[in-house]
Design a binder for this molecule. Structure first.
Ligand code: NAD
Length: 357
């Protein structure tokens, strides 16, 4: 059979303008005709949020944003927005702020204008996540897809270097996991491949010179492409593992992705020649997995799951939880022993030769 696929492109407006976040956000609110805005922005986005609030009608403002969207926070935010009859949401911040906005949008059916300040990429997906009693539930819904994304590389000028690296590797994970995810197709593979190349260049430049504005722009470009690919392709083995580590064991989102990615690539790349070739091409022809190990070393990325707080005794349970979620599309069959080996290597931060699962 020849090539056959069924691809959906999500509809979203993207406004990219360095130094223009406030102006572009205000214009996006006006364009939606919103008159009672719910503004969500944590501490790191206070100045931008204040400037937006001075120019658009804010009915409710939420300043506390925590990771993984606790159900109680989502319900409380939705109640406040409903009581104030909010007609749009502006979220300024990382994936946690975007996530809270999505949770309210789902409940109220009102549009989100997302203004990202990390490379998490949630702004470009229709994926939502809620955590209740230590269990993280995710799903997709058109209502969760922000109507407009406002990118401004200046908003990331204060992102601490280690966080920028971890977050950028979270974006890399969107690109790479898309290559073998359940709905991988030629369109999302093309987006992932271009996104990955931009992120590699951007991360190197950003690590060398944190003030480099062009590098931050390149990173946001790569972040967006990688997330569009991920939203289209669905979550592969890497995301299934990280979902368990974050949801059931409370590990921090971006650093967990940063640690796990190289081990998943070492596991999957030999069974996926197309993915291996794309990753290798992005690293100037070096073999995919060893190149990624070297790249993360060069970036001084988070090294091990142990340093992120996973107890060694939890590995068996994490492997069991993950096994049930392994996608049938994975290029290599995955056993419980495989997952345990993979998690042990990542837990210890084993180098490539010893960490190869
Ligand atoms: P985050 O939003 O929790 O931000 C991490 C920390 O960085 C916070 O303390 C925040 O205040 C600070 N910060 C953010 N931007 C900053 C800036 N520009 N300068 C200085 N400090 C800044 O973390 P994250 O990694 O961006 O997002 C993680 C969350 O997003 C998780 O809950 C994850 O599940 C979700 N997520 C969802 C999707 C999706 O498609 N639905 C994709 C990726 C991540």
């Amino acid at each position: 059979m020849g090539t056959a696929f069924d691809h959906t492109t999500l509809g979203q407006r993207v406004v990219f303008g360095t130094g223009a976040a406030v102006e572009n956000t205000v214009a996006a609110v006006l364009r939606l005709g919103a008159e009672r805005v719910l503004l969500i922005a944590g501490d790191s986005a206070t100045a931008t949020a204040d400037a937006v609030a001075a120019q658009v009608p804010i009915a409710v403002r939420i300043r506390e944003v925590v990771q993984h969207v606790p159900e109680a926070d989502a319900a409380a935010a939705a109640d406040r927005a409903r009581a104030a009859d909010c007609d749009a949401i502006v979220s300024i911040g990382g994936g946690s702020a975007t996530g809270l906005a999505k949770a309210v949008a789902l409940r109220l059916g009102i549009p989100v204008i997302a203004v990202p300040t990390t490379f998490a990429g949630s702004e470009a997906t229709d994926v939502w996540g809620i955590t209740d009693a230590e269990r993280k539930t995710t799903g997709t819904d058109p209502l969760a897809l922000p109507r407009t994304v406002v990118y401004d590389a200046d908003l990331l000028a204060g992102l601490p270097g280690d966080l920028a690296v971890a977050s950028g590797l979270n974006a890399m994970a969107h690109a790479i996991d898309s290559l073998w995810a359940p709905r991988a197709d030629p369109i999302n593979r093309a987006l992932a491949t271009e996104g990955m190349a931009a992120l590699i260049l951007g991360l190197r430049a950003l690590r060398a010179a944190p003030a480099d504005r062009d590098a931050r722009e390149l990173m946001l470009y790569g972040t967006y492409l990688a997330s569009v690919a991920f939203a289209s392709a669905g979550s592969g083995l890497h995301h299934r593992i990280c979902h368990v580590l974050g949801g059931a064991f409370g590990l921090p989102h971006a650093p967990t992705h940063a640690v796990m990615l190289r081990y998943v690539v070492a596991f999957n790349a030999p069974a996926s020649p197309d993915a291996a070739a794309r990753i290798s091409a992005a690293f100037a022809g070096a073999p995919a997995a060893s190149a990624l190990f070297a790249f993360e070393e060069e970036l001084a990325a988070p090294r091990s799951l142990a340093e992120l707080g996973l107890a060694q005794d939890d590995i068996a349970h994490a492997a069991t939880l993950t096994l049930a979620a392994v996608p049938a599309s994975n290029p290599r069959p995955v056993t419980l022993e495989d997952l345990e080996r993979l998690l042990h290597a990542a837990w210890a931060g084993a180098p490539f030769e010893r960490g190869r699962p």
